[in-house]
Ligand binder design. Structure first.
Ligand code: ASP
Length: 587
């Protein structure tokens, strides 16, 4: 029931079946126009829609006034029906209008035209921006997702537990927001990058299945898919395998998708991290399009072409002229642009080839290749006339990464464009790369991930080859979330910390509060967290998560409405034991 003391219906609820009813509606004036000598039309808007009301000409209302309208629903006369509105068959006649509040002229029209208004203005007047249909829909998509997730998690026995916001600094990898302590000047709380530590402690505590729709905070540069604060479905389970976690999280994702789109997505595929890199050149592959990386190293094993001879990994992509006619027909300038891009990502160079009639190859390097190599290449790449081939020869990771980026640059549709392609990426490396400062491996995800049991023989000697029981969920090329089976034995945790260059003493000092409980019977456990903002944006058909967040920060990290962040009173700083350094000199 939507009726209240002031209204009988929502504006968007009335249709031809309501004809003859006396109704009261409340909302904002969307539009007013004169209708003959004595009458005017007022469109009244609430979040559910717009209703046309016929009123006396002398009713003095303007855009965004708050009004209450009482009258009788009637069918619109032939010729005035508006098929673009769900309420377009009816109007309210003989209206009595009460003005509940006046309004200043809004800084932008409160309708679809505001899409073209500068975003900082939309955010400065976010409360007006949210009055619009698009934003009302987006916030409701989000709410549907939250509600579906809660229901699904609870059906599967997960218990919602709230965890602290003020906590010690943790080693999850992102830059943290710090909160100075008034009681202990010089000491700081950190705001949670995620409830990771708490949820693991809840497993030690025997909660068994935990979930929370949790706010996480990370002081990282903002992007289309990143805000300082964001929401995650955060979950943890005891006595589980990786499959148990993926199945339960998968159910929540599917429930959310059904709640918004009305249909279940196809079964979520799985791919290992190695295959994702090998075939798509990226750990968050967008499976909506093909253009896979094709292995060419054996084909060029005996080549005389210097750039390829002895290269440890040669791969290529085929830009199909039938699917990407523009890119396949790139001229010299654009091809030079692609080469520059490849070099910027880390390649020594990029080889391009255009396929002509009968498989002829037009390329600056064609003369260095044998006829056999050329014909084998065209066959392996499945190339036909008009296609463009792009080849890279380098170390495996560089070759994959460069071609993966070019594949995305050329072929990737906007993230929110259907179909929805979810994929689990499993077996992430336990460590990725070497930290240039410490000379030690860096954690692939966070340092609590369980090493893959099959790789333990490599742990001490070749740590970069060790896989973790760690997995991501990817949707349309966006990382939705990550998780892992966790280390539950103190000895294994100590070995991982030591590989990271964290000594036993330091680990005790920094994370003792976390390590200590593991000595009291930690069960095997694992979990996951995925970003609700990202999922909501894609399901709402938006390219930027700001469009599904009621009050986001701008790309530069501020809020034009409240002006946060703002300087604070020196007395407040003094109370916290803080003194400001002069601002850094601008370069
Ligand atoms: N805490 C991790 C994150 O926020 C997720 C997890 O491992 O459960 O990325």
């Amino acid at each position: 029931m939507r009726s209240t003391a002031m209204r009988t219906h929502m504006c968007g609820e009335l249709d031809i079946a309501s004809v003859g009813q006396t109704v009261s509606l409340c909302g904002w004036v969307a539009r007013r126009r004169e209708h003959g000598e004595h009458l005017a039309f007022i469109d009244i808007r609430d979040h559910s829609g717009i209703m046309q009301c016929v009123v006396d000409n002398d009713v003095d209302v303007r855009s965004e006034y708050v009004i209450r309208v009482t009258g009788v629903v009637r069918a619109r006369p032939e010729g005035t029906i508006n098929s673009s509105l769900t309420t377009g068959m009816v109007e309210i006649g003989d209206c009595i209008v009460e003005i509940l509040n006046s309004a200043e002229p809004p800084p932008f029209p409160v309708d679809a035209r505001a899409d073209d208004v500068d975003e900082s203005i939309r955010l400065k007047f976010r409360y007006l921006d949210i009055r619009r249909e698009r934003m009302q829909k987006n916030l409701r998509v989000r709410a549907q997702i939250n509600s579906a997730i809660r229901k699904e998690m609870e059906t599967n026995g997960f218990v919602e537990v709230e965890t602290p916001f003020l906590m010690p600094s943790t080693p999850e990898g992102a830059r943290e927001f710090l909160v100075p302590s008034r009681k202990e000047p010089g000491s700081f709380f950190a705001l949670p990058q995620s409830p990771q530590l708490w949820k693991q402690l809840l497993m030690v505590a025997g909660v068994d299945r935990y979930y929370q729709i949790a706010r996480c905070l990370r002081d990282e540069d903002l992007r289309a898919d990143r805000q300082y604060e964001f929401m995650q479905l955060d979950a943890e389970m005891s006595f589980v395998s990786q499959d148990d976690v993926l199945e339960n999280i998968g159910r929540a994702v599917v429930a959310a998708a059904i709640a918004v789109t009305g249909e279940a997505p196809p079964e979520i595929e799985r791919i290992t991290w190695h295959d994702a890199m090998n075939r798509f050149g990226i750990d968050k592959p967008d499976l909506r399009f093909a253009m896979e990386l094709i292995e060419l190293t054996p084909l060029f094993a005996g080549t005389e072409f210097k750039a390829f001879a002895g290269a440890s990994c040669i791969k290529g992509i085929c830009v199909d002229a039938k699917i990407y006619p523009e890119a396949a027909a790139f001229g010299r300038n654009k091809l030079d642009g692609l080469t520059d891009r490849a070099k910027k990502i880390g390649a020594k160079g990029l080889v391009w080839m255009k396929i002509g009639a009968d498989g002829a190859i037009d390329s600056p390097v064609a003369k260095f290749l044998s006829d056999d190599e050329k014909s084998a290449l065209v066959a392996v790449m499945g190339a036909t006339e008009g296609d463009l081939l792009l080849l890279v020869a380098d170390e495996w990771d560089t070759t994959c990464e460069v071609l993966g980026q070019l594949r995305n640059d050329i072929g990737r549709p906007p993230v929110h464009q259907g179909p929805y392609k979810y994929v689990w990426v499993t077996e992430f490396p336990l460590f990725i790369g070497i930290d240039p400062v410490s000379g030690r491996p860096r954690p692939g995800h966070h340092p609590f991930c369980q090493p893959h049991p099959d790789d333990m023989s490599l742990f001490d000697t070749e740590p970069l080859k060790v896989r973790a029981l760690a997995y991501d969920l990817v949707l349309n090329g966006w990382e939705l979330g990550s998780g892992s089976i966790r280390i539950h034995e103190p000895e294994m945790q100590r070995r991982v910390f030591n590989q990271l260059g964290i000594s036993d003493e330091e680990a005790d000092k920094r994370f003792g509060f976390f390590l200590q409980p593991f000595k009291y019977g930690a069960p095997p456990h694992g979990g996951f967290a995925f970003g609700i903002d990202r999922l909501a944006a894609i399901l709402a058909g938006e390219e930027n998560i700001r469009e599904v967040i009621a009050f986001p920060k701008t790309q530069s990290g501020s809020d034009p409405m409240t002006n946060a962040p703002t300087p604070v009173d020196p007395a407040h700083l003094a109370e916290l034991g803080l003194r400001l350094l002069p601002p850094p000199a601008s370069s």
